[in-house]
Design a protein around this ligand. Structure first.
Ligand SMILES: [Zn+2]
Length: 357
């Protein structure tokens, strides 16, 4: 009985060892399979989305930091707002992704801010170039030989953008040059228009002057009359039509004796011309006559011009009917601007209206 039991037990132990061996080998086999097929790696997730797997998280982190800090060209700032998360997992080797792919996906989420220079035309940003030097160079090239009056004022401002919109300097220059040419021709057209306007105004002024001159001539012609004193031709001393305020021989409250001349009222400063050619024998102040001119025409004929404002000739001057001898005034015994015209024949005053007016 004991022998039988011992033998059974021996047999049983053998079975257990054999079983354990099998189990151990199986585990070893499974472990081997796992090690062949799977790998312990870091799963990289971004906002809950699995991007892939990496062996070392520091490699990827370093690469991201390097990327953020590397500001090339016009890049002013690189911002990766959402940071990737890592978790250690056993992953099938089939699914292992390259770090490059993960990095590219992270890179796609980066917000890149570019610093460029916008060239302005009359304060309005037109386009951007990459650097300040390019902006300055483009401006100096475009300003060459440009008339300062042209409405094309260039400048530049710094611009921060999340998109690359800067263009090459050459393209910028040719694009701005088109605006410049348009502004220049606009300016030239305006200059041309102003010149035409000026010429038109000049012509209109000339035409108006001509018209006024013709009108004056007509007025003078209509106000001038001619007469004859003892065979001597005479003409009116004023080239405008005066108002006769006192006739020859009239008496008034201010004048006890009869009037020895003809009073011709007109505006102060009206030119006075001799009624005929002759020589000035008096030019000066003469009491109630005020400033006066006397011209001797020969043959005993004299003409007197009194109450003048200014005297333009002196004693001894030879005058013609075109000589401006004085202007109408109100000097001496006078109540307003008028010419007192006297014609004397052999010393006696005669009525001027016998010949004129
Ligand atoms: Zn008078």
């Amino acid at each position: 009985m004991n022998f039988i039991l011992k033998g059974k037990l021996k047999h049983y132990t053998k079975d257990v060892i054999k079983t354990l061996e099998i189990v151990f080998l199986s585990i070893l086999f499974i472990a081997l399979i796992i090690l062949i097929k799977y790998k312990p790696v870091y799963t990289v997730t971004l906002s809950g989305e699995t991007l892939g797997y990496v062996k070392e998280k520091s490699d990827l982190e370093n690469r991201i930091n390097e990327y953020i800090n590397k500001k090339e060209g016009t890049i002013a700032l690189i911002d990766i707002e959402i940071k990737p998360k890592y978790s250690l997992e056993l992953v099938s080797k089939k699914e292992i992704t390259s770090e490059e792919d993960i990095f590219e996906k992270i890179q796609e989420t980066a917000i890149i801010t570019y610093k460029t220079y916008a060239i302005t035309v009359n304060g309005e940003a037109k386009l951007e170039v990459n650097t300040e030097i390019e902006a300055q160079d483009a401006i100096s090239k475009l300003s060459e030989g440009l008339n300062e009056s042209v409405d094309f004022k260039l400048g530049y401002v710094e611009v921060y953008k999340t998109q690359q919109t800067a263009i090459s300097e050459d393209v910028a220059i040719s694009s701005l040059n088109e605006i410049k040419l348009a502004k220049v021709s606009e300016f030239e057209a305006e200059q041309e228009r102003l010149e035409q306007e000026r010429l038109a105004a000049e012509q209109a002024k000339k035409a108006e002057e001509k018209r006024l001159a013709a009108e004056r001539k007509k007025l003078v012609a209509s106000s001038v009359s001619y007469g004859n004193v003892n065979g001597m031709g005479i003409t009116t001393p004023l080239k405008v039509r005066p108002l006769i305020t006192s006739r020859f021989g009239e008496r008034s409250r201010s004048r006890r004796s009869s009037h020895t001349g003809l009073d011709l009222a007109t505006s102060l400063g009206t030119p006075i011309y001799p009624i005929a050619g002759g020589k000035v024998t008096f030019a000066g102040n003469q009491g109630s006559y005020g400033k006066m001119i006397i011209i001797d025409h020969g043959n005993g004929i004299q003409s007197w011009y009194a109450h003048c404002n200014s005297l333009n000739v002196g004693v001894g001057s030879s005058v013609t009917t075109d000589t401006l001898i004085a202007t109408v005034g109100s000097t001496g015994n006078s109540t307003g601007p008028h010419l007192h015209l006297e014609i004397r024949v052999n010393g006696s005053a005669v009525n001027p209206q016998n010949y004129l007016y």
